[in-house]
Design a protein around this ligand. Structure first.
Ligand SMILES: Nc1ncnc2c1ncn2[C@@H]1O[C@H](COP(=O)(O)OP(=O)(O)O)[C@@H](O)[C@H]1O
Ligand SMILES: [Mg+2]
Length: 230
């Protein structure tokens, strides 16, 4: 059992990737929205110094449609080392969160390692191009380093395919990722709705609850929860 699981029913889920623009914030924010919708108290910790999830959250006000869910659950935090990150996680749990989702830092660096050091579950988003596989493998190596440091208490680690299309590479992505050495969870297809929701500071779960995009966010949440119970 991990440190967090020992605190009944709390799970820290870190979304990390070496490559920028691969879908970390999209996965983290929409996954958080799926938990919220399911009635699970959730916090989204934004470790990007540019504050991507928090910036996204503020779009609602800026566009004159009022704040969305992210404005309520997203918090900008300093994740430069595991101690600070752990303090931010503890504060979120103290405030009532039962799932703490860390939107990982923009690049492969100490903060990504810090996130893997405090997480119960690490999600590595990976796009469907041949150029995405190598950085996904490098991220997995870094996360496995953190896992080794924690001996038996390391996180469960999964790849999450992102921006998947029906093209050959998209279909082959799960197999390619699995070969790198981690299990693959249901991912997100390439859909313009994931990008357009951000314009008004929304997640797809809020903006289009009946959409396939929202269903993909819910499916990812269910897959994580199913594996946690095993
Ligand atoms: N599944 C997807 N379908 C379409 N666009 C996506 C998808 N995932 C991410 N994007 C878009 O790609 C860009 C980068 O995604 P983002 O989540 O910000 O990546 P990261 O946080 O890893 O830098 C954003 O403009 C986002 O809207
Ligand atoms: Mg981001």
């Amino acid at each position: 059992m991990t440190d967090n699981a020992a605190k009944a029913g709390v799970a820290v889920i870190a979304v990390v990737a070496q490559k920028g623009g691969v879908g970390k914030t999209t996965v983290a924010a929409n996954l958080a929205a799926a938990y919220y919708e399911a009635g699970v108290p959730v916090a989204l910790l934004d470790t990007d110094p540019q504050g991507s999830a928090v910036t996204w959250a503020n779009h609602g006000e800026a566009m004159g449609v009022g704040p969305g869910l992210l404005a309520e659950i997203a918090h900008k935090i300093n994740a430069s080392d595991p101690r600070r990150l752990r303090a931010a996680v503890d504060a979120a749990v103290k405030a009532g969160a039962r799932r703490v989702i860390i939107d990982g830092p923009p690049s492969f660096a100490r903060p990504a390692l810090a996130a893997a050091l405090v997480a119960d579950v690490v999600l590595i988003p990976a796009g469907p191009s041949a150029l995405d596989l190598m950085p996904a493998g490098a991220t997995l190596d870094l996360v496995n380093e953190a896992k080794a440091q924690r001996r038996g208490r390391g996180p469960q680690v999964y790849f999450v395919p992102t921006s998947v299309t029906s093209a050959k590479l998209g279909r082959e992505l799960p197999g390619g990722l699995r070969a790198l050495g981690a299990d693959v969870l249901p991912g997100f297809s390439r859909r313009s709705s994931f990008a357009t929701a951000t314009v008004t500071g929304r997640t797809v779960v809020e903006k289009a609850p009946r959409s396939e995009a929202a269903n993909e966010a819910r499916a990812l949440m269910r897959a994580i929860e199913k594996r946690r119970k095993r």
